[in-house]
Design a protein around this ligand. Structure first.
Ligand code: ZN
Length: 292
């Protein structure tokens, strides 16, 4: 059966597909009006089926974040019939409340990107959308509850600063982000979350802590040859692996809730006023041609 929920992640998907943690049908890249999406898998080896889309390949095949074709990715998942996305991505801890391996269901973000296509609607009025709540509260809640059931250390809220990357942040940048209330720093989830809203999809972000940001809670000295220059230890890496191993279970739990009609939210009506005011078709694909 087709899936209602999709997971977007990076190397995690490629790796888990290779070692059998995720299994099912490989759908490949999908053609969209914005070019090719990332590779998509129809995952069927968990309790409920879901789609998994890899933002980028692993190893050397990992481009800078601004090179990800986010519009193609979101379009492709919507086109397949997905109603919601549980996105996964790594982040660095800024506050003392977070530890490596923790999962944070993001509740807000500070967008500091500047090279990415942020909208499907650059040439018309359809992109002027309120960003509250930023992430789907229903989908976030179900994912957090699933994390609790498997005793995964998690936080039900947190504000992330999203930076352009690919470089990591300087100490002064992290101090600035701490001062404005960011708990974590990441390069991901933007503009995915904004694009999903434009197509009336639920979107929640599971950010797993992979390191302590410079001058964050546990600043570490530079170590030549170490992962991220010594920012990540072997113990840290094990904790991260244990958290990411739960990805399929959490996405499956969200898929089960979606199928049962248990996701109560307003995400599917984000464009309701635009549809009425501008006399748009109910077919979201036609919205892309709405420019006068
Ligand atoms: Zn929603």
């Amino acid at each position: 059966m087709a899936a209602m929920i999709a997971c977007i992640a990076g190397e995690e998907i490629t790796r888990q597909w290779s070692d059998g943690q995720l299994a099912g049908e490989e759908l490949g890249r999908r053609e969209t009006p914005f070019g090719l999406s990332g590779p998509i898998y129809h995952v069927t080896n968990h309790e409920r089926p879901f789609y998994a889309l890899a933002r980028y390949g692993s190893g050397l095949a990992k481009p800078a974040p601004h090179r990800i074709n986010n519009r193609a990715n979101i379009y492709a998942l919507k086109d397949l019939g997905a109603a919601g996305v549980l996105a996964w991505g790594p982040g660095g801890a800024i506050t003392h409340d977070l530890a490596v391996g923790n999962l944070v269901m993001l509740s807000d973000l500070i967008d500091q990107t500047f090279l990415r296509n942020q909208t499907f609607f650059a040439d018309c009025a359809l992109g002027y959308l309120r960003q509250f709540p930023v992430f789907c509260p229903a989908l976030s809640r179900v994912a957090a509850e699933a994390a609790g059931r498997v005793n995964l250390a998690h936080h039900t809220a947190g504000t992330a600063a999203v930076r352009e990357g690919p470089r990591l942040e300087t100490p002064a940048e992290i101090r600035t982000l701490a001062a404005v209330g960011a708990a974590l720093v990441t390069h991901l989830f933007v503009p995915e979350v904004f694009l999903a809203r434009e197509l009336q999809m639920c979107y929640a972000a599971a950010c797993y802590v992979v390191n302590y940001a410079e001058t964050g809670s546990r600043h570490r000295p530079f170590a030549a040859g170490g992962l991220f220059g010594g920012l990540v230890t072997a113990t840290d890496a094990e904790r991260v692996t244990a958290t990411v191993r739960r990805m399929g279970e959490l996405v499956s739990a969200v898929a089960a809730a979606a199928e049962a009609g248990d996701l109560s939210c307003d995400c599917a009506a984000t464009m309701a006023r635009n549809v009425e005011v501008y006399g748009l078709s109910d077919d979201w694909r036609t919205w892309l041609d709405a420019a006068p």
